[in-house]
Design a protein around this ligand. Structure first.
Ligand SMILES: Nc1ncnc2c1ncn2[C@@H]1O[C@H](COP(=O)(O)OP(=O)(O)OP(=O)(O)O)[C@@H](O)[C@H]1O
Length: 383
């Protein structure tokens, strides 16, 4: 093969090498500055990293080598790395924002196709984060592209539950890249902290700015779903996101307990006050399946009482004026918390357990919903 055809062949295979964080071909991102092949078949390739000291350099190096091994006629590879100039980075950011220079929240745009689901609860510790990570994983297993935004300023427990407790975010100048976890893209408010044990006590405007940054400055790419783990209660984060994500929908997580159910209702009502639609209720820790010492069969024990999820669904339907269903009852299962500690959601490790099945059915329900434009805000342009 001639040197020219080999050069074309190298460009072609490089067009299948993705940037590990941006998930787009490095050629499309203008990261390949040079491809030359000499008469002896030796390829010289120069790849520009977005920033110096890019942590993904090793992965890109490996992927480029692996890709070029398949090119017949090449005798060797001289791979060189450089760093993008300020202008090149600015162009890349504009390209990633779809040609738009300024920062906007893509999920609030009229042509947004991402389903944004805010996972809310009244009380803390009811299993909101566990539901979020399992739901994200189960949606991803259905071939969906899923982003997870951990907006729980008090808890930010999502990173350890996905095995990325110590992950740091990287970025292209002021554009933040989410942390890839297999197919998921994850950002946690905790990743903005200087150290893991630092306490975040943001309120009002600072919190609002941080959330704006997560929604507008993070390069999410094309997502089918963005799941947002809210802090418990009806506070500043819910208010701020209400204004920023008017078309978001809310999934309310509660436990069967009366007290939890009452505050969960309040969280749902809050959603409607900021014009967000409640799509359903999840009752977590709904019951314990315990083996009977007498008959040996498995009996359902209502450890935390019963009916909380149903009550919240009924009360919210009445209060908000549209039907809101109890979508899932997830049993108490030590495997849920063990999988959270191990950093891999239960639906991915033990799909047959009743708790995993309940969470997987919830994902199936959400994935198979037909979502029309009814109830969505569209802006009208009059000319
Ligand atoms: N169905 C379940 N069975 C057993 N343990 C569970 C279940 N759901 C959640 N847990 C455990 O309960 C604890 C609290 O869960 P999680 O962190 O998901 O709740 P949360 O509502 O997000 O809490 P926070 O308010 O702190 O954000 C965790 O240890 C989790 O592993």
């Amino acid at each position: 093969m001639s040197a020219a055809s080999l050069t074309d062949a190298v460009w072609e295979v490089l067009s299948h090498v993705n940037d590990p964080e941006i998930h787009k071909p490095i050629t499309e991102l203008d990261m390949v500055e040079k491809v030359e092949v000499d008469e002896a078949g030796l390829a010289s390739v120069k790849v520009l990293l977005t920033i110096s000291g890019c942590p993904m350099k090793g992965t890109i190096e490996h992927d480029v080598h692996a890709a070029l091994q398949g090119v017949e006629g090449l005798t060797g590879l001289d791979l060189e790395f450089g760093v993008m100039s300020d202008e090149q980075r600015a162009e890349l950011k504009t390209k990633l924002r779809g040609g738009v220079r300024e920062r906007i929240i893509p999920f609030a745009a009229d042509d947004n196709l991402t389903q944004v689901i805010l996972v809310a609860s009244g009380k803390g510790g009811v299993g909101k984060s566990s539901v979020t990570v399992n739901l994200a994983k189960a949606l991803e297993a259905r071939g969906k592209s899923v982003g997870v935004l951990d907006a729980d300023i008090y808890g930010h427990s999502i990173p350890p539950m996905l095995g990325i407790a110590d992950a740091e975010v990287t970025g292209i100048d002021d554009m933040i890249l989410p942390v890839p976890v297999e197919g998921l893209k994850v950002i946690s408010i905790g990743m903005l902290k200087q150290s893991r044990d630092q306490v975040i006590a943001w309120r009002g405007p600072i919190l609002d700015r941080a959330l704006q940054q997560f929604l507008a400055d993070v390069y999410w790419g094309d997502l089918d779903y963005l799941l947002v783990d809210l802090p418990p209660g009806t506070g500043d984060v819910a208010m701020s996101l209400g204004a920023k994500l008017p078309n978001a929908e809310v999934l309310v997580v509660t436990t069967p307990q009366q007290a939890a159910a009452e505050v969960a209702e309040r969280a749902g009502t809050m959603a409607s006050m900021v014009d967000q639609k409640v799509i359903g209720v999840v009752e977590n820790m709904a019951y314990l399946a315990a083996e009977c010492p007498h008959c040996g069969e498995s009996h359902r024990v209502d450890l935390f009482g019963s009916g909380g999820g149903e009550r919240v669904a009924e009360a919210l339907s009445l209060r908000l004026g549209y039907p809101i269903k109890l979508l899932a009852q997830v049993p108490i299962d030590a495997a849920v918390s063990a999988s959270g500690d191990a950093g891999v959601p239960l639906v991915a490790t033990d799909a047959d357990r009743p708790a995993a099945r309940a969470l997987d059915d919830l994902a199936e329900h959400l994935a198979s919903r037909r979502r029309g434009l009814a109830g969505r805000k569209l802006s009208l342009h009059v000319s």
